[in-house]
Design a protein around this ligand. Structure first.
Ligand code: GAL
Length: 669
């Protein structure tokens, strides 16, 4: 169970720190920063992310004096640096001299200078400048003793996941030529016999820019693939420079794995990241936002292939970019942080170290708030540092799950395309609904890609796996035959990779496994609710499904499909395949998951807890287990444990109380 991915050089135990933007502050504040970082137990900071314009104020003229000093002081204080390539936002001189590097939206709007990330990732000229800056950084600081990790760009694709510029058009054509070889193959794949869309040469192809009506869906799907690949290609190019100059220093970039980030296929990025780093922000309006947080953390672990990863950014309290920004309540920041640790994060970092005085993020919380040291936020910052020190032994241990949820970005893109049976289907909402059912039952899950090794799982859920390759569908079928309970939900297996319908009845790729055949979808209107035969409501989706070997587990009790199956089950080999052909209510989903989990023999990590108490175990190589108990509820929770509680250092035996809002980590004996 030793971690197979490298770790920031010279950082012991759990990583603790945040984005540090010293260029925003005078020298005396920077001096105080280092003192405060030591007080808080910070051991890693991300520096120079948005410093390009400060480091290179005019083309080719550099000012490194301030950064040299910052690096030296941090190094002397024993604080390591995740140094950025400084390329996340091009300086004004660059966009002024070369406005052709600016990104363009679908409707032709050029996104100008003045915010950040104002570059077209496909622009060869922008790439040249970014590569040059990266090399300059690597050559200047590559040997610096404080350097522990490279931080490439920042949240690639955050503001501009899709660029529709002429540069993008050129790069898209090259990408398509590599994928299809000939224009005939592309015409076939895109189904261009439809609506007079046949292309004679690759030169005629454009990104799916604003058009009179629905652009070709296969083209849209390929453009999503291309755009994710294009950002990754940029990452790779910068990383290769860093590897060439400093092969001893690992490289990463901060991903945005959450239920909100749709456009980067991070599973396909995983192999290129030396270590996985994620940014996550709690959704303030969600009273149970800890569930979405947990799902994002499980997803980060999935992308890391189970290895330890770093939470590169979250917030100590409120953010500034949601409609209403809520300050975190007592214990909430600690619980948020420990939920990430419980789910495999061996590093907890924040945006940002010191709250800005000016600029668009001045009302975003930080580790050092505007109010200074005499604040809850600062007390919490210091306390978290102590907590993470106490959790050092957890580093390298792993989370083991018997349930897998398949997450597939192309299915996310494809299932939400226009001109479909319903425009109300949201792939991420479906994921979160199912995830929530497992959470409420206290059952831990892994979030895995469609081509994952499924052999260790007893229960495998594939929600809305809209586009699927034959071999991936076959792997799910094999898992069922080998003994797993496999659950497929509506609008799965519908199309091949090119978004061509699999003929002969839905859900095409899974028809044989599920032993059903759907002849027609019956999408439901907004607010249209139908009932199943157990009395529970279901909405959004229904379909006319014939049983072709499977048994009906639930049938429709009303509406035009009264008496037809809504949930089915087919025994296959040692296991079974379930089809959920509608969207059951939250309660109905939970009881269905309970039924399927019972069939799979899967139980909660700690039985009998209140539903807002999160309990997760990490398993160390030497057999030690660490039980994280995070009480998000407003009442005390008693847990039966035996071992040592690491946050308080006390022996915990028998009935141990985790108070309302509190957290405990027990090294179990
Ligand atoms: C992230 C970004 C940070 C900061 C943060 C605010 O998207 O990487 O630079 O803007 O959001 O929440």
């Amino acid at each position: 169970m030793t971690a197979s991915r490298p770790w920031p050089v010279g950082v012991e135990g759990i990583v603790y720190g945040g984005d540090y933007n010293p260029e925003q502050w005078p020298r005396e504040v920077r001096l105080e920063d280092v003192e405060l970082m030591r007080e808080a137990g910070v051991n890693l900071v991300s520096v120079a992310i948005f410093a390009w314009a400060t480091l290179e104020p005019r083309e080719g003229e550099y000012d490194f004096a301030w950064l040299d000093e910052v690096m030296d002081r941090l190094g002397e204080a024993g604080i390591k640096v995740a140094l950025a390539t400084a390329t996340a936002s091009p300086p004004p001189w660059l966009t002024r001299h070369h406005p052709e590097i600016l990104p363009v939206t679908e409707d032709g709007t050029v996104l100008g200078q003045g915010g950040r990330q104002s570059y077209a990732v496909s622009s060869p000229l922008f790439r040249e400048y970014a590569l040059r800056m990266t090399r300059v950084m690597a050559e200047r600081y590559g040997e610096h003793p404080a350097l522990a990790l490279w931080h490439v760009d920042n949240e690639l694709g955050c503001h501009v996941p899709h660029d529709y510029s002429d540069h993008a058009a050129v790069a898209f054509r090259t990408w398509l030529e590599r994928r299809y070889g000939t224009i005939e193959a592309l015409n076939e794949a895109w189904g261009t016999a439809f609506w007079s869309q046949r292309y004679d040469t690759f030169h005629e192809i454009l990104p799916p820019r604003a058009a009179p009506t629905y652009p070709n869906p296969s083209q849209q799907l390929d453009f999503a693939r291309f755009s994710s690949d294009e950002l990754l290609t940029h990452y790779r190019a910068l990383r290769d420079v860093l590897r060439e100059v400093t092969p001893q220093i690992p490289t990463t970039t901060n991903l945005m794995l959450s239920s909100a980030t749709k456009w980067m296929d991070y599973f396909s990025w995983a192999d290129d990241l030396d270590l996985v780093a994620n940014d996550h922000y709690l959704i303030a309006a969600d009273p149970r936002g800890q569930i979405e947080l947990a799902m994002a953390a499980d997803l980060a672990r999935g992308v890391a292939g189970g290895d330890p990863w770093i939470l590169m950014e979250h917030s100590t309290s409120a953010v500034n970019w949601q409609p209403r920004n809520r300050a975190k309540g007592p214990g909430e920041m600690l619980r948020n942080s420990l939920s990430h640790v419980a789910r495999g994060a061996d590093g907890i970092m924040f945006f940002q170290w010191r709250q800005s005085k000016a600029g668009a993020e001045k009302f975003h919380s930080a580790m050092v708030p505007h109010g200074g040291r005499d604040t809850d936020v600062w007390q919490n910052t210091v306390a978290l540092g102590r907590t993470l020190e106490a959790l050092a032994p957890v580093h390298g241990s792993r989370v083991l799950s018997r349930v897998a949820i398949v997450v597939d970005y192309p299915s996310w893109w494809g299932s939400e395309l226009d001109s479909h049976p319903t425009q109300s289907l949201r792939y991420n909402e479906e994921l979160l609904r199912w995830y929530t059912a497992f959470w409420d039952l206290g059952i831990g899950v892994d979030m895995v890609p469609v081509d994952a090794d499924l052999s260790g799982y007893e229960l495998i859920l594939a929600p809305t796996l809209y586009t699927v390759r034959d071999e991936d569908a076959e792997r799910l079928a094999a898992a069922a035959r080998d003994g797993a309970q496999v659950v497929i939900t509506f609008f799965s297996g519908i199309v091949d990779e090119n978004d061509h319908v699999r003929l002969g009845g839905y859900p095409g790729a899974f028809r044989d496994l599920l032993e059903v055949r759907t002849e027609e979808f019956y999408a439901l209107q907004e607010d249209e609710v139908r009932h199943l035969d157990d009395g529970s409501p279901a909405d959004l989706w229904s379909e006319k499904t014939h049983l072709e070997g499977a048994e009906a587990v639930r049938t429709w009790a009303d509406g035009p499909l009264r008496g037809w199956p809504a949930v089915t089950r087919a025994v296959t080999g040692e296991g079974a395949a379930w089809y959920v052909a509608t969207r059951p209510s939250a309660e109905a989903l939970e009881s269905l998951v309970e039924e399927i989990a019972a069939a799979a023999g899967v139980e909660p990590s700690v039985p009998g807890l209140h539903r807002d108490v999160e309990a997760v175990r990490r398993f160390a190589e030497d057999g030690t287990t660490y039980l994280f108990v995070l009480n998000h509820s407003d009442r005390d929770q008693v847990v039966q444990v035996s071992g040592q509680e690491l946050l308080s250092g006390t022996d915990a035996g028998g009935a141990f109380t985790v108070h309302a809002g509190a957290a405990a980590v027990i090294r179990e004996s």
